[in-house]
Design a protein around this ligand. Sequence first.
Ligand code: FES
Length: 543
Amino acid sequence: MTHKVALNFSDGKTAFFDVHSNELLLDAALRNGVNIPLDCREGVCGTCQGRCESGAYTQDYVDEETLSEDDLAQRKMLSCQTRVQSDASFYFDFDSSLCQGGGTLNVSARVEAVELVSETTAILRIDAGAHDRRIDFLPGQYARLKVPGTDEWRSYSFAHHPNEHNKLQFLIRLLPDGAMSNYLRDRCATGDAIEFEAPLGTFYLRQVERPLVMVAGGTGLSAFLGMLDDISEKKCAGYPVQLYYGVTHARDLCEGERLDELLSSPSGRLFERLIDRYALGSGISGVQPKAVVPLAAEAASRPAEHTALPLRTVIVKAEGDDFPGLARNEYFCMSVAKEAALEVPDFWLSEDGKLFVMSRFDREANGTPLGFEDMSVLTGKAKYEGSYEMIAKAVDIYTRSDPEQKRRLFERIALSCLLRDGDAHMKNLGILYIDPTGPRRLAPVFDVVCTDIYPELDGRMALSLNRSKTFPLPAELLAFARRLELGAAASEAIMARLQDAYHTVAARLASDRRFGEDDLLPRIRRAVERPGVKPVTRPKVVR
Ligand code: FES
């Protein structure tokens, strides 16, 4: 006796086939070329889960942690344990494409390398190049690896997307006494034979149709690295991607970079590699391409300028051909801010002058994230809309009229005016907080560049001040300070301090090798030291 079943999938497709009396639904599906994802086949992992829409069925065994009483009442079922008792239809919350292709492969491969990142984390690289065809899987799926020399199997997500050379990589959590952990720590050697079964699992990247937020913990990062590989290749229609990655200890950070490597490597290829690896540039706005890079460990050699380098995540910005000298330009401007005692994150310039590296200002020293709202969010205005008066109002409201924050805002705007920074837009200023109900303060200075040296930009401010986007005369800036309720002596002292800092930095960097080989520094000096208000004739370039 046979029953007719229909399997409906989330992409609207349906598969029909017959099931023999007393046959498991999973076996019938596989017999008919429908490769329902599976893992344990014992009613425990839940990978083959679906829901019965109509018909009668029984289940041999269902682990109570896999399907609850409520789940069972909603007719959720496990294909590997289901025997249909009548014609029936079932729904599966994944695409039918997951059930196509060649099904699960059993592959013999070789260990290519193992890297013990920390006491709790390893990266295992496997060469399956001898396999007769490409090993295909969806980013996020996993493989079951047989621990060499044992009969134990362990499951790990692919940390990349499929490639024609069948080079595979897995992030592996090391346990004090785990079968795979002991093998990797004690016996693993390059060239060891290793078997695996793949692909498995229904956790994979669907069609990207909206911004993505990914949350990964420890070696759970592996599945997301595969997805990021895929996103990086397909570009995903420009949707921003944010990855939140947590580890118990900083030493467990995988796939990180060392600061000394960032600063001393040739920048072009290094930056491409960073973007390839972290694929996060799309989530960060601005003129420069940027990558958020977790530092793997304390740098072995520290730049002379900084004597302490705590572990933290940094932002790396690379200049392109469009704005030559941008990394050095930003380093110059941030150096002025620092010299003038404005609050700035730690920052560095690579030895070749092409990468600007900055600590995340939205993190505490121990890496704890701080709340950050940019002025675009707080005022409801687009990046280049609105005025500095609006920002002043937002600072007043969100810092509960804290005069210190108003003073800092004046410093920040006066800095941009001095340095002819036409990119101090709504997203380059913001409010930081630990707890949204607690004290809030203006974020440190970040993203300051003398844009006036680039003729393709319009030479105006990003936002208006006193109804004009033309850089203000000192008297107009002092009038703005009065509107912030800053005394004349205090605001004049701030402007004098910024001027002194500018001259000090300009003199210091004139003898810096990275500024000695072209005319960047003289161009910055001409822009900054030009007297009076600069006439504006150039068209606005939309960035
Ligand atoms: S394959 Fe694990 S529950 Fe069915």
